[in-house]
Each structure stands twice: as C-alpha cells, then as structure tokens.
Design a binder for this molecule. Structure first.
Ligand code: FAD
Length: 447
C-alpha cells in the first residue's frame, strides 16, 4: 500500500509522530494551500519563513533517501490527483481549527486517513471532566493535565522504515510564482529552534520572576517554532523534566504550555469561539474605523499601547504583557469588539494561531471561557510603570519619547502635561474605562 505523509504543522523529522508512524512506500508532501495564501499580502513574512523550513525539510528527507513533493493549490484537488496515482493512505498531524477540520473531513472521503496527535500534548478528548465534558476553567484543566504529564514519559517514538514511493517529484513552486516577495529572514528567526530551547536553560530560573517584564527578555521565544512544529512540544516537556529534576521551579512555564493546550482544546469543543464571544457580552461596541486605524498604527498617544503595536508592525512579534495591554485597550478603552483586534493580530503575528489568538483575545476582553472579568481593566500607564520602569521598551519602539523622562508616562495625570510633545491620547484611559463599566452595568440590568 502506498502512503502519503502530509506535513502541515509539524515541519521537522525529529520526534515527529506522524512521520514515525508511516511505513512502507511513502510520498512525503507539503501543500502551499492557495485558499489560505491568496488573502495574504505579498510581503507576508510567515510565508517566507515556512518556505525556508519546507526547503530545509526537503533536504533532510533527501539525506535519508526520501524526498518532499511540494505543491501549490487546493489540497483536496491535489490529494485526489495523488489518489489516481495509486496512493490510498494518508498520514497527517491533527489540526483543530474549523477550516482544518472541514478540510480533513473531506480528505477522509478520499483516502484512508490517520490523523496523528503531534502538535499538542493532548488530544482534545483526552483531558476531560469525570462525566466526559470539556473543562472550561483553566485551573481545573491544568491540575488534571499536570497529573498526566508527571506520569508520562514523552519518549521519542519508533521511526518505522520507509521507502520513497515511485512518483515524479515536481520542481517546488517559487515564492514569486505563488505571489510573494522573497524577503530577508528576520534576525530573530535565524536561530535553530533547538538552540533557542538550549539558550532558554540560562533563563528558566528567572522565568517566574521576569516573564512579565518588558525589559528583561526573559521568555523562551518558542511560540513560532511550536506553531509550525519546527520544535516538538514533547521535546520542550522532556527538557522541562530535566530542569525539574535539577530543582528548578518550572511550574510557571508548564502553565503557559498548558494554556496553549487549553485553548486548542476549547476551540475544538466550542468552534464558535473562533469568531464569536464564548460567553456573550452585554456591551454597545463602537464601530469607529478611525479608532481602529490609530490603534493598528500605534498612534493612540498612549506610550505602552503604541510601543506594543509598533513592535508588532515592525517584527511580527509582541511581548505577551504588551499583547494583553493592547488588547485590553482596544476592547475596554476604545470599546471596539475583540474580533477586530484579533483579525489584525492574525494578519501580523508570526506565531499566529487561531486557537491561541482568539482564546487570548477573549481572555483579555472578558468574553472567554475562563477570562479576566470585564471590570478588571488595565491602566496602560500603571502597566508601563510596573513592567517597563526604565522605559526601555517604550523608547525602543517610540523614538519620539527618547529624550523624555519615563516618569512622565507613569500616570495619566503626568502624561496630560506632556501631550504636546507627542500625540494627544485618543481617549482618557480612566474615563473610557469607567464608561465601559457603566455601559456594561446598564445593559446587564436592562437585559
Ligand atoms: P513564553 O512565555 O516563553 O511561553 C512559552 C510557550 O507557552 C509559548 O511559546 C507559547 O507556546 C505558550 N504560551 C505562552 N503564553 C501563552 C498564552 N497566554 N496562551 C497560550 N499559549 C501561551 N500565542 C501564540 O502562540 N499565537 C497567537 O496567535 C497568540 N496570540 C495572542 C494574542 C493575545 C491578545 C495575547 C494576550 C496573547 C497571545 N498569545 C499567542 C500568547 C502569548 O503572547 C505568546 O505565546 C507568547 O508571547 C510567545 O512568547 P514566548 O514563546 O517567548 O512565550
């Protein structure tokens, strides 16, 4: 029997469950999905990153006497053509967003499909409440998963012998032929994922203390690699176990890895939460395009919010604390629905993943399964003072503020006196927060 190994969110050979399980005559393949790529701008850096990783995967496969057939087009049409060439079985890693689920359902109609758990630690039906329903409270999910994790070994699987099936491997499409400009790879992406994990060894002891600091660069920087599976999450767990045995306090890092699992599980069981409130909110949302555009450009006149958005626009990344402040500001100060911000992040974040993005946006907005309550509203000035006390982060992204003492944006009142030196704030953080709370209270009472 000839099998296809379809690489998707698992762009590596090392510890890849899908690749390991296939045996016999195989054709490894990757599809640049025209349905997903066509709405993206020519300069989308993610496509360039994936392209580089796919080409690397191809040469690694060739070094093993295999190869990678790279296609551009509609996956189902391509699979259907391959079926005509005698391929009857398909191995691929599980993927849970609504597009992926319906695509894979259609693939099942064509081929004998084995969807393998690889990109996450748990199948969405693995960590459930006693009566079998999904958890919606993170701490309960976390405790249960931690128990399973502490008992599991997460050893590498058995790489079954395979042989390249006879098939004329096509020349890979170029980035240009798919409508993209080849852009230089960002410096931050030039590092190998395994090296980044290795380097994190020197930071893990301070992670709990410094992970929220905008100045300390204390986080792992692994999200992009986990997103595309260039680093396997089981490798991260194995490393965490070693650190734990060395007496390092790793719980705060486990927590973040398990938030990732939690959001993937939630999206699987509650697919509407990809675009709609998990818990419907009572709020009169603004429809102001001007507010949205100023937020997107990092021109709200609020230092930390502008710095975060400029970091995103320049690098495709944003520190988690800044993501939280920018998301809170969009929803609770500018009164725009979270989905507007979610779509913008989706267009810019290198590590964009619908489950993580929508889940976190809903957490910040207050509509999520286990969210920050709507009435808890970040004050962006206080957040600056707390997490960027020397103003290094803000000044890196807003050169206009370099000559100004950070004390000036440590509170809204102080900032008021400085507003002619920069953009005047789009709204008063305090007043807009009070308005949001009042609006919520009124609508809740009258509904
Ligand atoms: P670390 O702090 O080193 O964390 C280690 C890993 O844990 C991360 O690589 C990531 O895989 C996971 N993780 C950490 N924080 C979270 C979290 N809050 N939720 C889920 N997983 C987490 N993360 C994405 O991967 N893709 C997204 O599209 C995304 N969108 C976000 C949108 C908003 C509004 C917010 C507030 C957060 C979002 N996050 C998203 C979560 C988080 O900001 C990033 O995962 C984190 O900043 C990545 O940096 P790191 O790898 O250095 O994280």
């Amino acid at each position: 029997m000839k099998s296809l190994i379809w690489f998707r969110r698992d762009l590596r050979l090392e510890d890849n469950r899908t690749f390991e399980q296939a045996s016999g005559e195989v054709l490894p393949l990757f599809i640049f999905d025209s349905h997903l790529l066509s709405p993206l701008p020519k300069e989308d850096r993610r496509v360039g990153y994936i392209y580089g990783e796919v080409m690397r995967l191809k040469s690694e496969l060739r070094a093993r006497g295999l190869d990678l057939a790279i296609f551009y087009g509609e996956p189902l049409k391509i699979l259907s053509r391959l079926k005509e060439q005698g391929f009857s079985r398909l191995f691929a890693s599980q993927d849970y967003d609504s597009y992926a689920l319906s695509r894979d359902e259609a693939a099942r109609e064509l081929l004998d499909c084995r969807f393998v758990l690889d990109n996450y630690l748990f199948d969405p039906n693995e960590v459930l409440k006693k009566e079998g329903s999904p958890y919606t409270i993170f701490s309960a999910y976390y405790n249960q998963s931690l128990k399973i994790l502490s008992e599991g070994h997460y050893a590498k699987g058995l790489d079954l012998p395979k042989k390249l099936a006879p098939y004329p491997i096509p020349a890979p499409p170029s980035l240009e032929s798919m409508g993209f400009s080849p852009l230089p790879l960002l410096e931050s992406l030039k590092i190998l994922p395994q090296k980044r994990l290795e380097e994190f060894s020197s930071k893990i002891t301070r992670y709990a203390l410094d992970r929220d600091s905008l100045e300390a660069e204390a986080t792992s920087g692994l999200s992009l690699f986990l997103r595309f599976g260039t680093l396997g999450v089981r490798e991260v767990i194995r490393r965490l176990k070693v650190w734990q045995e060395e007496g390092i306090k790793v719980a705060p890092f486990y927590r973040q890895i398990l938030w990732r699992e939690f959001y993937a599980m939630l999206l699987y069981h509650f697919p509407h939460s990809e675009r709609e409130d998990f818990k419907p909110m009572q709020m009169r949302w603004s429809e102001s395009q001007e507010r949205l555009e100023r937020w997107q450009k990092g021109e709200c006149g609020v230092p930390l919010v502008d710095a975060g958005m400029r970091e995103l626009n320049h690098t495709g990344f944003m520190h988690n604390r800044a993501r939280m402040v920018c998301a809170s500001f969009l929803t609770k100060n500018l009164h725009l629905h979270w989905s507007w911000g979610e779509r913008y992040f989706a267009s810019k974040l290198l590590d964009y993943d619908v489950a993580q993005n929508a889940g976190n946006w809903q957490w910040c907005a207050g509509s999520g399964a286990d969210a920050q309550p709507f009435f808890r509203i970040f004050n962006p000035y206080t957040q600056s003072l707390k997490f960027d006390p020397k103003g290094e982060y803000v000044k890196r992204w807003i050169p206009e503020l370099r000559g100004i003492s950070t004390q000036n944006w440590s509170s809204e009142e102080r900032w008021e006196g400085l507003k002619e030196r920069y953009l005047a704030p789009i709204v008063s953080a305090k007043r807009s927060a009070q308005e949001a709370k009042a609006m919520q209270n009124t609508l809740r009472v009258s509904s």
